[in-house]
Design a protein around this ligand. Structure first.
Ligand code: M6R
Length: 364
């Protein structure tokens, strides 16, 4: 049931505040994360010298954010791999490695094979998963369910946001077990997590109409670029996948600092560039990259924190509420989802069933 929306994708984008509430229900105390039926002990967590995140597509993209969060908070090195690569390359995994697999459906063939490969090598596997009782959820040693409810659109939106929330919770959980996060900092982050559902709602309320308008300017293009640094780059990767998947517009994401190493050659008059610039610690660097794009005629849409009046050089501004630098991914992705949706509608694409794709990829 689309409950009055034209497509499931749009309905699921709108469900995201609720998805976040459900994902965190009963799991956030004042300074800690509670994960019911979680078997990993603090001793286990302290014994890992490496974490591997393995997944496909959007689930993989959520892992790019997960890597930042876990390394930053729990100080455990994290490697990330797409499942179809991991499983065939004899990965360096043993009992001292924790493997985290991520899958909305819990049935993706390559992710399942990666899980089995990791367990064969003696590693414990934690699954971040949406579908209850799915094969991946059953075979993993521990599961964090997204609690997002059924996701119908082939393009994943609410599951991605649930995956990000799960990674943030897991990172805090690990950090508390490793004693790398103080009570004060933990409380600050958890307060930040609690604020996210309403902030996502505010973004939808405040920017949907503008993005719908903006999308008209994208419909006739054949290429678009997403740039960002650190967590903004991770979100850029998800933004480009969504746009490409539902609108068939060729899009690519680059770390903003990589532009000069090749991509800048493709920027010419009128090329649309979405610049994510929410990370205070690297904002000056990103702004100089935006200048470089503008100087070559690129048309830049900035996704920025509200009140950053000094950010110039943007053709369009989409503002998101203030949040901890680590947590902005849950906010900045929302405008990219809406943009992908409205560009696809504008181009007359079959939004919920993009050509050649299936919701659950159970063959390799
Ligand atoms: O069910 P999974 O999360 O394992 O699926 C992984 C990918 O197939 C999936 O995220 C795909 O990339 C989506 N269609 C992206 O929107």
């Amino acid at each position: 049931e689309k409950s009055g929306f034209d497509h499931f994708m749009l309905k699921e984008i709108h469900e995201q505040p609720e998805t976040l509430r459900r994902c965190t229900a009963g799991r956030l105390t004042e300074t800690d994360i509670e994960l019911a039926n979680f078997n990993l002990t603090a001793q286990d967590i302290n014994s890992y010298n490496k974490i591997y995140i393995v997944a496909c597509g959007t689930a993989y993209n959520s892992g790019l954010v997960g890597k930042y969060a876990i390394e930053k908070l729990a100080k455990i090195p994290v490697e990330i791999d797409v499942a179809s690569e991991f499983r065939y390359r004899d990965p360096l995994v043993d009992e001292s490695t924790l493997v985290i697999v991520v899958s909305q459906s819990g049935e993706t063939a390559d992710t399942l094979a990666a899980l089995r490969e990791a367990q064969d090598k003696g590693a414990k596997v934690v699954a971040i998963c949406n579908v209850v009782g799915s094969t991946i959820a059953r075979e993993a040693d521990d599961v964090i369910y997204l609690q997002a409810g059924p996701e119908i659109a082939v393009a994943s939106t609410k599951a991605y946001i649930g995956m990000l929330m799960s990674f943030y919770m897991l990172a805090i959980y690990f950090a508390r077990a490793k004693k790398t996060l103080s009570d004060i900092d933990s409380k600050r982050l958890i307060d930040g997590l609690k604020a996210l559902p309403n902030q996502v709602q505010d973004i939808i309320n405040n920017s949907e109409e503008d993005i719908k308008e903006l999308s008209k300017g994208y419909a006739d293009h054949e290429h678009a670029f997403f740039i960002g640094r650190s967590i903004d780059y991770a979100v850029a990767v998800e933004g480009q996948l969504k746009l490409k998947e539902v609108s068939y517009l060729h899009s690519e994401a680059y770390p903003a600092g990589e532009l000069k190493h090749g991509t800048l050659a493709l920027i010419e008059e009128g090329i649309p560039v979405i610049a994510l610039a929410t990370q205070k610690s690297v904002i000056d660097k990103t702004l100089s990259n935006i200048k470089e794009v503008k100087a070559r005629g690129g048309v830049v849409t900035g996704i920025i924190i509200e009140g950053e009046e000094e950010i110039e050089d943007l053709d369009y501004r989409i503002e998101i509420p203030k949040a901890d630098e680590l947590l902005t991914a849950i906010l900045s992705v929302v405008p990219t989802q809406l943009l992908a949706y409205y560009v696809a509608v504008e181009r007359g694409c079959d939004v919920d069933q993009p050509r050649n794709l299936a919701k659950s990829v159970t063959v390799e």
